[in-house]
Design a protein. Structure first.
Length: 233
């Protein structure tokens, strides 16, 4: 509780007879009491993580972490970590005291590997302390790792007579994790061009795990011969 002095005040005191003359001025001070409430400490922080949406195997991925002191006290020893990327380093900004409202930025870079699967989901965390308490926050980010892959299986007659017609069959499979349009899938054969056709009735997309079928009809050459041909998709 705090007591504040007030400016001096002058008051007129009339004589007891009730007349207007003969009075005196008196000078005095008054006091006013006010209540001052202490501020309750509320330590708090937030972290927001960002990074690339897509990276291929062999690429480098850089992540950023934005940490803000959202409380009303100075936080000590802020530390940022990532469960799949190290080390996480603070971007130099000349600040050493993490005051209320301050925003600090950190970064981390890692290589994308095949062992990470189809996507990299990693979690960034920030912690700091106030007095004997710790405050923490986390945020995650997902980076898709495209792995385009396709396989082709070709089959045909092991033997046939000269001049006879026989058929090659081709099966293309999307073994990757990338969606594609079927128009983008081109099958070629160095000895089978004009009669190469698609024979399945699937839709126009070529999604992961999809199988597409083709055939090609050729006439065997006359005379003893061995025909070797190569198909590519």
């Amino acid at each position: 509780m705090r007591t504040r002095p007030q400016p001096a005040r002058r008051t007129w005191s009339r004589p007891s007879s009730g007349g207007r003359s003969g009075g005196t001025w008196r000078t005095g001070t008054a006091t006013r009491t006010s209540n001052v409430c202490p501020i309750s400490p509320k330590p708090a922080l937030t972290i927001v993580k960002d990074g690339p949406s897509t990276r291929y195997v062999g690429d480098m991925a850089t992540f950023s972490y934005t940490v803000e002191n959202t409380g009303n006290v100075v936080l000590a020893s802020p530390v940022v970590s990532d469960d799949k990327c190290a080390p996480v380093a603070k971007v130099p900004d000349g600040q050493s005291s993490f005051d209320p409202g301050d925003v600090w930025t950190y970064t981390c870079t890692t290589a994308i590997t095949g062992a990470m699967g189809d996507q990299l989901v990693n979690v960034g965390g920030a912690c700091a302390s106030y007095s004997q308490a710790s405050v923490c926050d986390t945020d995650d980010h997902t980076t898709i790792i495209p792995k385009p892959a396709i396989s082709l299986v070709k089959s045909g007659a092991a033997a046939t007579g000269a001049g006879e017609t026989f058929t090659y069959r081709f099966t293309a499979t999307n073994d990757g994790n990338v969606h594609a349009k079927l128009d983008d899938v081109v099958l070629t054969d160095d000895r089978c061009r004009s009669t190469l056709v698609r024979v399945d009735d699937a839709d126009a997309s070529f999604d992961p795990g999809d199988v597409r079928s083709y055939t090609c009809t050729v006439v065997a050459p006359t005379g003893p011969a061995q025909v070797e041909n190569t198909a590519k998709v």
